[in-house]
Design a protein. Structure first.
Length: 219
């Protein structure tokens, strides 16, 4: 039972309706894939009908539908003896799956970018200028900063009362220079930095002004 198993992309099972096919189309397609794996590269409607509850005519009609929707393709080859043979080609299906997957990623990315625009405009208290909008897009598309990392940089700018794209850009590239690439790393670094500044400020307040503290950095 474990031999001759058919490998089916789970993405196809999850999104087949987005490709304009029904459950019956899907099962027919799986039967075609299975028969190809078994060596029958151009199964007839009659053979498919024997494996399904559909009639031969219904199988033929649905095959034509899969061809029209560019889910399946027919490729013609010529044998060494000069004979022309036909076979079903599954590449259009895999191309559709890849395109759909990339499109879904871009959609998520677009939503994240749109949400960032709204957040920036909320914190700035005004609409972003075209140049600011271009910079925000550049942070994501060109510099490839995670949207959540950009959110944290904005938060740091708000805390520092230095709300400007120049300051936010400085934070992002400072993190990048220090090898900080995730929101978790950025949060830990910011908390550590603010803790150091708090201790430093407390030390300066409790130290007489005429007493010079040794500066290890400038020594």
């Amino acid at each position: 039972m474990k031999q001759n198993q058919l490998i089916v992309p789970s993405y196809l099972l999850e999104h087949f309706r987005d490709f304009g096919i029904t459950e019956q189309d899907l099962v027919l397609l799986l039967q075609v894939m299975n028969l190809i794996e078994q060596g029958d590269h151009f199964p007839s409607p009659e053979v498919l009908s024997e494996r399904m509850t559909l009639s031969e005519a219904e199988c033929r009609e649905r095959l034509f539908g899969l061809l029209r929707k560019n889910i399946l393709a027919i490729k013609r080859d010529v044998t060494s003896e000069g004979m022309s043979i036909e076979r079903f080609e599954l590449e259009p299906l895999y191309d559709k799956i890849s395109f759909h997957f990339i499109k879904s990623l871009n959609k998520v990315s677009g939503m994240q970018e749109e949400n960032l625009y709204a957040l920036f405009e909320q914190e700035f208290g005004r609409p972003l200028t075209p140049m600011e909008g271009e910079l925000l897009t550049q942070f994501i598309d060109v510099d490839e900063f995670e949207p959540q990392l950009i959110r944290l940089a904005l938060k740091e700018a708000v805390i520092a009362s230095a709300l400007s794209f120049r300051y936010i850009e400085k934070i992002l590239f400072d993190w990048k220079k220090k090898g900080i690439t995730t929101p978790k790393q950025a949060t830990a670094y910011s908390e550590k930095f603010r803790g150091f500044k708090k201790v430093q400020a407390s030390t300066e307040e409790s130290t007489p002004k005429n007493l010079k503290i040794y500066n290890w950095v400038e020594a």
